[in-house]
Design a protein around this ligand. Sequence first.
Ligand code: M6R
Length: 615
Amino acid sequence: MCGIVAYIGKKEAFPILIKGLSRLEYRGYDSAGIALLDSGELNLYKKQGKVANLVEFTNGKNIHGNVGIGHTRWATHGEPNDVNAHPHYSMDKRIAVIHNGIIENYDTIREELIKRGYVFKSQTDTEALVHLIDDIQKTEKVELIEAVRHALQSVIGAYALVVISKDHPNQLIAARKSSPLVVGIGEDNSEFYLASDATPIVEYTNQVVYLNDEEIAVVDVNEGLRITNIANQEKTPYIQELELHLEALEKGGYEHFMMKEIFEQPRSIHDCFRGRLNAAEGFVQLGGLKDYEKRLLNAKRIVFVACGTSWHACQVAEYLIEDLARINVEVEYASEFRYRNPIISEKDVVIAVSQSGETADTLAALELAKARGASIFGICNVVGSSISRITDAGSYTHAGPEIGVASTKAFTAQVTVLTLLALRLAYKKETLSNSRFRSLLTELEAIPEKVKRVLDKNELIKEIAAHYKDSANALYLGRGSSFPVALEGALKLKEISYIHAEGYPAAEMKHGPIALIDEDMPVFVIATKGTSYEKVVSNIQEVKARKGKIIAIVTEGDTQVKEMADHVIEIPATDEHLVPLIATIPLQILSYHIALMRGCNVDQPRNLAKSVTVE
Ligand code: M6R
């Protein structure tokens, strides 16, 4: 949450910052702002709303400078307005700070500073930080870097921050704890980029350093990059090569990132199993977990921790791993797990699933599990993310950057990795017959082609969407591993169209939700062929008897549900365990079209941010 970007070097900083903010906007879009050093002055421009508002506000202004910082905000403390927008100045306008995270003890710091004569303009926690740095520098008469270090020693909470000062025009100071920060090393070691993730950096350099918790980086045009920690111990920067490509960050002809990402799924699913699966040879393996396989096989249970869509992917994994590999699985909301005093021991394996790899609750849940002796693994999409760095081992999903706030291709990639994991464990535990194992591998290899066939139904799905665009509510029903698909379908609809939607196991309907059904209630049902097909057919009849509208996802060639449903979307037949990888796609497309028809911003829905780095 919140995106930060900064530049120091020989180039004009303004266009680099604006472009960087646009790339980071998915992290929050309540306000945007920049501060630049120009001829000894520290100038600040900030505006409520999207980066486009800031661009409009700065239009025609003569903005220059080779060093600057920028911020795009997801509001935590203080409503979204111009004053609460970052950067925040010190009172004498000598220092400015951008910050992502939450300073939990800001109130105490603020009260103390007010007693010392500081006047606060905003309601943000960040303003306490900039005044604190300023106060320490003045009272302790120390260099800026020491003032930052001392300030961070008294701060409780999470931060990624960058400090700019007109007394130090050749340097920027950055620090992180629990919120991500990347340093890009530009030309001749005298030009630097700082950002919440690599997306604003990728077109300038592929040499990056990911800061670790409690590290402070000073980037200086004359002295290069120096990293220490808050205890002032010297750290050696670990320079990595970025594997990100610019075209992955652009819309590539689509109107929205969400649609581009939905249509990328045949490729992203394929990329996810490339090199890990070979049906002809009966081979399946996750390289990243190879050395830790015994821990998984001997685990008393596997506990998944995740949030949102990633939690739904874990729910699918529960069905897969328990049925195929016969290992006990539990799926926990990371936010509940971390505060529940859970019973965890060294016999447990805890796996975090996260697109961003930065979700605060998921990270904290992992840290708790580690402290209690469990082995901790991660399944992440963003390479180099915090979760991927703190875990014992893990696997990347290789879906490529997901910019749309609503998760689409990341979900199917997570389910793909989790399916590979279930199959590998089943193979090692010999819980499946050879023919069943081989048939599952073959089916999994065929999924990208089958997803393509669903994408071809875009126009039909759009027509169906038109019937339900004005609904106030919607229900999603499924059984078995289609239950998490129903949950995911409902989440997709509510987060981008603001229609109230709920997902239920189809049989649970009779225990309450059935009271909601009338002629205005669309009920989306995953009714594909499989163990529970007949049961789901009965559930559909129950909805029809109460005049509910049925939109059914059925297996190609189905006739029974077709007769009962108001609309059907046929999907190719596959193994029952792999249905989530296909059945999710039409639900994503439906939500997209409904949201668009309602005039919603599908890529940046209200109140949300892509990466939830605060709890
Ligand atoms: O980056 P993560 O996978 O950890 O994010 C978890 C959730 O915040 C995320 O899946 C969220 O629910 C999506 N907006 C759903 O589309």
